[in-house]
Design a protein around this ligand. Structure first.
Ligand SMILES: [Zn+2]
Length: 252
């Protein structure tokens, strides 16, 4: 367990809809999770700092950023990337999968992000067949890179929603979509058994913390433990790649 934890180079958490990701090679990462920044983060577990001075501000998290704000944020994030030395900054988004499988941002906006993660946050009670079709449709969008908390469960609060996991995994593999292992102990989604299935189907996972605060990056350990319970090794987990390799992998 310890050795796998030590191989985690890049952590990932969510902070609303727009994103910023940065890393200086796996150490001394600085993350902007300051008040207004609405960000999906890919970054290491320590040394947080605010990007406020760089002009990255605001973003309503509850209802998401509207498209214009999202576009402005992407521009700010990309401008910050040029200013900051030694740190990678990426703009990304966690985008809702709507009831019909469409994404709630248009493709013209999605393609401006460096990374797009999609997940279900509504209408989770639909029959398995309908949910499967919904997920398959989302996975086929060419800008989607990661499928977030794929079963939607929240421990002690909400059961996973029903869908044909074999079909969805197969489609994700075909389209190069990576599965999230959300390490937040309220989720642990994918679960240990599900990541084992993912491994057996030749898929990679990315462990995230679903961080909504810098302290939450410590939750990475639960993601690592879940991965181990699912028999994953470092080679099955994208966070263990050097940043450059990960970004190439995500860029497709
Ligand atoms: Zn989410």
């Amino acid at each position: 367990m310890q050795s796998l934890a030590n191989k985690i180079n890049i952590a990932m958490g969510s902070y609303g809809k727009a994103s910023v990701a940065y890393n200086n090679g796996g150490q001394a990462l600085k993350i902007a999770v300051n008040k207004g920044i609405s960000a999906k983060l890919i970054a290491g577990p320590a040394d947080f700092d605010a990007l406020g001075p760089l002009g990255l501000t605001a973003g309503t998290i509850a209802n998401g950023l509207d498209e214009k704000r999202a576009e402005e944020n992407i521009k700010k994030i990309h401008a910050a990337r040029k200013k900051v030395k030694g740190i990678e900054i990426w703009a990304g988004a966690e985008v809702d999968i709507m009831g019909d499988g469409k994404l709630d941002y248009p493709d013209e906006l999605l393609k401006q992000f460096d990374i797009v993660l999609v997940s279900v946050h509504s209408r989770m009670n639909m029959p398995a067949e309908e949910m499967t079709a919904r997920l398959l449709k989302a996975i086929q969008n060419p800008y989607v890179r990661i499928m977030g908390h794929p079963t939607g469960r929240q421990i002690l609060r909400r059961d996973p929603f029903h869908f044909d996991m074999e079909k969805v995994f197969a489609a994700a593999k075909k389209h190069g979509v990576i599965l999230e292992l959300n390490g937040n102990p309220e989720r642990l989604d994918l679960s240990d058994r599900h990541v084992k299935l993912a491994k057996e189907r030749g898929m990679k996972v990315i462990i995230s913390t679903d961080a909504h605060h810098p302290d939450h990056f410590q939750l990475m350990r639960y993601g690592v433990m879940t991965a181990r319970r699912g028999w994953l090794e470092a080679k099955h987990i994208l966070n263990t790649l050097p940043l450059k390799t990960l970004l190439e992998r995500l860029a497709r």
